[in-house]
Design a protein around this ligand. Structure first.
Ligand SMILES: [Zn+2]
Length: 392
């Protein structure tokens, strides 16, 4: 049997799978993906990447998608239609925001050492005053699901319209009615504002990009489900990914290439990047598990070692090696078919590895680990540190 009490490592390993299970298949009732309602909406979800005031992906943003309440999305569609006639598409920077993301902002604001993005987002504001000036708060209207941050792009060129200051720039230049921008920039802000107000949104005086639905459906609820593509996978994409993983596993196990295990990698848009299966026997490679093979293939196809935003679908709960590989790859969501006990039933056992880890890697009947040659090896590290200096 699998034991799930455990050391930190094991807890981390388990979390990678358990969180996926909790959130993978549904968007809460009353919420929709913006692009399912406003098909022309462009997305640049800033908190999913590192082009934001934190300078890193923000907690809870698992995919570059925008989610809103049905009511807010319907109103946004009205605004988008008005703007469409005038030659613009909307570009969404943020919509529904999980509470864990707001908590991340609060933690970031308290860390006065971290001034990494100051030059771009808050050059004139002392970071220690972000709370009192209202730029950061412990609650955000976004978390209630009916607030959207957006700008305009020209339909013909796809270029962003000049609004006089960037999204999330903390300062007076971002206020409606500021005299720090040109009349043309002010007129551009008005085009967005007029359409949004006509559609039922209220502007926010301090941020030209921020609009709240008037009469929002959940005025007192601060949601905390992640921004992800789980519900999108709930339909055919998920069925297809798992079906292809199963088919691949079936084919290769019948050819004695490996065990009955397959895995698929899906990108942030829900497209299947690749499918792979276990090839331990053919490759004489004990590490050639389905998930490892899938990660390696996806890395080659996508030209990166960083699979941030990707999901892994696997026919069985990943072993400790694969769990670690998945975490190294920055994959945040795993969906599995068979449970560990199902694999154990047919003779595949990972439990002793977990026991070894839980036991502090002390059981020499599993593995003896000893230190040797530290001085010589440390010279490598020193050389690497030197290289870093010259490269960066
Ligand atoms: Zn494995």
């Amino acid at each position: 049997m699998f034991k799930r009490k455990a050391g930190v490592l094991w807890v981390l390993l388990v979390l990678a799978c358990v969180t996926a299970q909790a959130s993978a298949f549904t968007l809460p009732e009353g919420f929709v993906y913006v692009t399912d309602v406003v098909e022309t909406a462009q997305l640049e979800i800033r908190y999913y990447g590192d082009n934001n005031f934190v300078g890193a992906p923000v907690d809870g943003y698992e995919a570059p998608v925008a989610i809103l309440t049905e009511e807010a999305a319907a109103a946004l569609k009205v605004a988008a239609d008005i703007l469409d006639e005038q030659g613009y598409y909307i570009k969404v920077f943020d919509a529904y925001r999980p509470q864990r993301a707001v908590d991340h902002f609060v933690r970031w604001a308290a860390d006065l050492e971290d001034q990494k993005m100051k030059g771009i987002f808050y050059p004139q504001v002392d970071k220690s005053r972000l709370f009192e000036l209202g730029y950061i708060a412990e609650k955000s209207g976004h978390t209630r699901g009916s607030v959207v941050d957006l700008t305009l792009v020209y339909k013909d060129t796809g270029e962003e319209v000049d609004m006089g200051s960037g999204f999330d720039f903390f300062g007076e230049i971002s206020h409606h009615g500021t005299d720090l921008i040109t009349p043309e920039q002010a007129a551009n802000r008005s085009i967005l504002r007029d359409a949004m107000v006509a559609a039922g949104f209220a502007p926010y005086p301090e941020e030209w990009w921020h609009y709240s639905l008037v009469g929002e459906p959940y005025p007192d609820t601060y949601f905390d489900f992640p921004v992800d593509i789980g519900a999108k996978h709930g339909g055919t994409a998920m069925d297809e990914a798992m079906a292809r993983a199963i088919e691949q596993a079936r084919t290769t196990m019948r050819q004695d290439i490996g065990g009955p295990f397959g895995a698929a990698v899906i990108d942030g848009e829900g497209n299947i990047v690749c499918v792979a299966s276990n090839s331990v026997l053919r490759d004489h490679d004990p590490t050639a598990h389905a998930e490892i093979n899938a990660i390696r293939l996806a890395g080659q196809i996508l030209g990166t070692h960083d699979l941030t935003g990707c999901w892994i679908y696997t026919t069985a709960y990943p072993c400790p090696m694969c769990l670690s590989a998945i975490i190294w790859a920055n994959v945040k969501q795993v969906v599995y078919g068979c449970r560990p006990e199902d694999a154990e039933e047919i003779g595949f056992r990972d439990a002793f590895i977990y026991r070894f880890i839980e036991g502090g890697q002390q059981d020499t009947s599993v593995l003896a680990i000893s230190e040797y040659g530290r001085e010589q090896c440390l010279t490598l590290f020193e050389e690497y540190a030197e290289l870093q200096k010259t490269i960066y």
